[in-house]
Write a protein that binds this ligand. Structure first.
Ligand SMILES: NC(=O)c1ccc[n+]([C@@H]2O[C@H](COP(=O)([O-])OP(=O)(O)OC[C@H]3O[C@@H](n4cnc5c(N)ncnc54)[C@H](OP(=O)(O)O)[C@@H]3O)[C@@H](O)[C@H]2O)c1
Length: 310
């Protein structure tokens, strides 16, 4: 496993995504995945109040209790997701606090390690948001704060305000990022923020680490290897297909054919070995074999990395 520091936290570079835990992935399977992830040296669990309306967090809470594992893992959770199904924005202090308390109860812990706002509300000035998050840190409810699906420009504005006022700054971002080139207009949810040229330049400049979700592009490159472009779902075609993704797929599939390494593992290398922006890919997995497969990304020879990244 590769490691990094998120402020004072020693974190594995690969994070485990837990959105379906306890719902589409039954609790017993989720426990097996959590055990396997810890055995592989992982320690960063990503969840959110909205995942299964608390069931993902409850599953992690139950697993931590049964394994006595709270001190061995870092918990990143998120709150203030827009209301479902109205999609009304919910970034008020009352909403943030209600979500935070529910998350602590669900996780059966008194403090999380990173608390993300799940979305932004650009109509709100950062001066209304940052003092609320700072209070959560000072009250000991979270060690650090993060922004998910915020543009880097808004994060920079929020941190400039926080710095000037002596408040806690965002330490980490969470956006969609993978080896494919993402078609902004093809995204299933237009409130998501995906890595693009502008975002990338911003992170290369501000040096903020990025927890990358949909980091395996949902298996896109393995699906292309198995069945070609025509076999992809309409949603995958809309989200990923363009000339840049095709060029990247060509390189990945040629290295995969030569080495026998899974295209999904090779695609993760683009994030893990990016020299300008530090990525912590979040893995969505439903079986232990996928974890073993993804871990191959951390064991690639110099030669393979040169071919992939040149
Ligand atoms: N902040 C946000 O707004 C946000 C949004 C979305 C997600 N997230 C976080 O990111 C986590 C992961 O998200 P994600 O599921 O979109 O990410 P992902 O890791 O890109 O996709 C996971 C899917 O890829 C499939 N896959 C992986 N390797 C494959 C292969 N070789 N062949 C075929 N399929 C393969 C997996 O299949 P199997 O099911 O067969 O293993 C799984 O269904 C979530 O649990 C959550 O924690 C955050």
């Amino acid at each position: 496993m590769l490691y990094t520091h998120l402020q004072s936290l020693k974190s594995s570079r690969l994070s485990l995504g837990t959105a379906p835990f306890g719902t589409t992935i039954p609790r017993e399977t989720a426990f097996r995945l959590l055990d396997a992830y810890i055995d592989a040296g992982g320690n960063l669990l990503d969840t959110a109040a909205v995942y299964g309306f608390g069931v993902s967090e409850q599953t992690i809470g139950a697993w931590m209790a049964s394994r006595g594992a709270r001190d061995r893992v870092l918990i990143s959770t998120k709150g203030a997701h827009p209301a479902i199904p109205s999609w009304e924005k919910r970034i008020t202090e009352a909403d943030i606090r209600a979500d935070m308390e529910a998350s602590l109860r669900n996780l059966n812990t008194s403090c999380v390690d990173i608390y993300f706002l799940h979305r932004d509300d650009e109509a709100l000035p950062v001066s209304e948001i940052m003092p609320v998050l700072d209070r959560l840190v000072r009250e000991g409810k979270t060690r650090y704060i993060g922004a998910s699906n915020w543009t880097v420009a808004r994060i920079n504005a929020a941190n400039a305000f926080a710095r000037a006022e002596g408040l806690t700054e965002f330490s980490v971002s969470q956006i969609m990022w993978n080896a494919a080139c993402i078609n902004r207009d093809g995204l299933y949810d237009q409130t998501l923020v995906a890595m693009d040229g502008t975002e990338y330049a911003g992170y290369a400049e501000n040096r903020m680490p990025v927890m990358a979700y949909t980091s395996q592009a949902q298996g896109l490159f393995s699906f292309i290897q198995k069945g070609g472009y025509d076999s992809l779902s309409d949603a995958m075609k809309a989200t990923y297909l363009n000339d840049t993704t095709r060029r990247r797929a060509e390189i990945i599939l040629s290295v995969a054919a030569e080495t026998g390494i899974s295209p999904t593992a090779l695609s993760l290398a683009y994030l893990l070995y990016d020299h300008r922006v530090e990525a912590l890919p979040i893995l969505g997995i439903s079986k232990v074999e996928r974890l073993t497969e993804a871990a191959e990304a951390m064991d690639l020879s110099e030669e393979i990395l040169m071919t992939l990244l040149s």
